[in-house]
Design a protein around this ligand. Sequence first.
Ligand SMILES: Cc1ncc(COP(=O)(O)O)c(C=O)c1O
Length: 372
Amino acid sequence: MKNHPTTRRAWLQQSAMAFAGLSVMPNWWNEAPLLDFSNENDKPISLGSNENPYAPSPVALKAMQDAAKRSNRYPWTVTTQLREAIAQKNKLSTDHVVIGAGSSEILGLTAQWAALQNGNAIAADPTFGIWMRAAENLGLKIIKVPLTTDKIHDLPKMLSAINADTKLVYICNPNNPTGTILPAQQLKDFVMEVSKTRIVLLDEAYLEFTDEPSVASLVTGNRNLIVAKTFSKIYGLAGARIGYGLAHPDTIKALVGLQPWANHSGSAVSLAAAMASLNDAEFISYSRKEINKTKDFVYQEFKKLNIPYIPSHTNFLYYSLAAYKGADWRKALADNNINAGSIVEQNGKWARISVGTMEEMQYFMKTVQTIL
Ligand SMILES: Cc1ncc(COP(=O)(O)O)c(C=O)c1O
């Protein structure tokens, strides 16, 4: 035990010397990445998950780097600050806000809450369904209502699908995978009507790509409405895993009651990124401008190739594969190093593609031309 430091001071001195010794550590110490973040989305062209290719913004990156240094401490105060900032942005009070590790956590919490009440949920088909598997495992039956031929939520049909056992109605606006949006007044009327008796879960993951108003203001007088929002899309923080829900304070209490640690799924790093990004107007408008420009380019190219598409209110496009005679469109793209995700309407043969950078979409269009 000759080298064992006997006092705290001696231990610190020894540690400091060991730390200083890092400068003579072998090269692999500096060069080897600590973690391997590569995954399918790192295929040269990642167009399958509707991420923001321009992010993280410099502001978010700086905030994350600073927060990493504070990661030995629980980030309680930042959680509260973020809830306050979100509340302020939505003209609500802090008790209307729940923080989650991405908005998928908020979708899951809401589905759990509905499942606990035993019954079914109504959702469009196709729509964003990541939360459905866990909900079904909890006994919530999902009733799917096809979109209209224009690929928009069929609100009258959804209304008539509601039965005595319906506990939840899910609306994704704009809708993933079709990129369509509901007229604001029509949506508001539907929400007001349905939420008199059922939980309405409104997923606004892509609303920041539009000029449409959020329905969040309706939560103040309404215990049955939950609005799910994310930092993964326009804010470009998909990897940070941070999102939030807005609801009546009583509903927030019910939702956080289902979290292992109320409001504390966010890490110091993700919370800091979200705080920095929430009002980063310059980055938001830059992202929107670039994505719109690139979307216009893809529309033009689709037109040249006679590929029908749905005008999109998001950072992804829904296009027809009616002309495709091959067996597996997704694989054909993957063989060309494009990860295009898995959402394809089997019958109508429609596919979704995220809007990447201009260079990526030029490459995508060249590939489409070759494999179609
Ligand atoms: C409509 C919709 N809602 C929610 C999410 C979940 O986002 P996150 O959990 O990354 O916040 C996504 C992700 O693609 C989505 O498309």
